[in-house]
Design a protein around this ligand. Sequence first.
Ligand code: HEC
Length: 109
Amino acid sequence: MSLKRMVPWVAGLCLVSAGYADDQDKGDVTKGKEAFQTRCLMCHFEDKADKKIGPGMAGIKDGKLPSGKEATLANILENMNKGGNGMPAFEQMLSEEEKINIAAYVLSL
Ligand code: HEC
């Protein structure tokens, strides 16, 4: 293959792998929203901060979880894994990818 013909191919591959790495790191908010709606919405409002069974998630993008903890991916993952005080532990119920997607969505609310 000539160098000229290889350039677009290599550039395309870089774009694809960059996109993939991005999804892995930050989660897919669209998929996270769907999963949130089936797994979490029964207990948590996504569009207000009012309490349902657990606290509403609206406002988390401003930097704090309802408990006052910092709104970080790590804190949300830990909360999802362990649950407690009326929230089920999702450690075994969701894949790592699903958890990261959901956490990414929660961080956008
Ligand atoms: C059966 C109801 C229920 C379900 C389902 C549920 N939660 Fe919760 N969640 C709660 C309760 C109750 C609390 C408050 C716990 C407390 O006060 O310590 C809570 C707290 C939280 C908090 C706040 C943590 C903090 O530090 O302020 C987050 C974030 C959260 N849940 C996310 C989720 C996500 C994401 C899901 C779906 C994967 C989910 N919850 C599913 C009941 C639920």
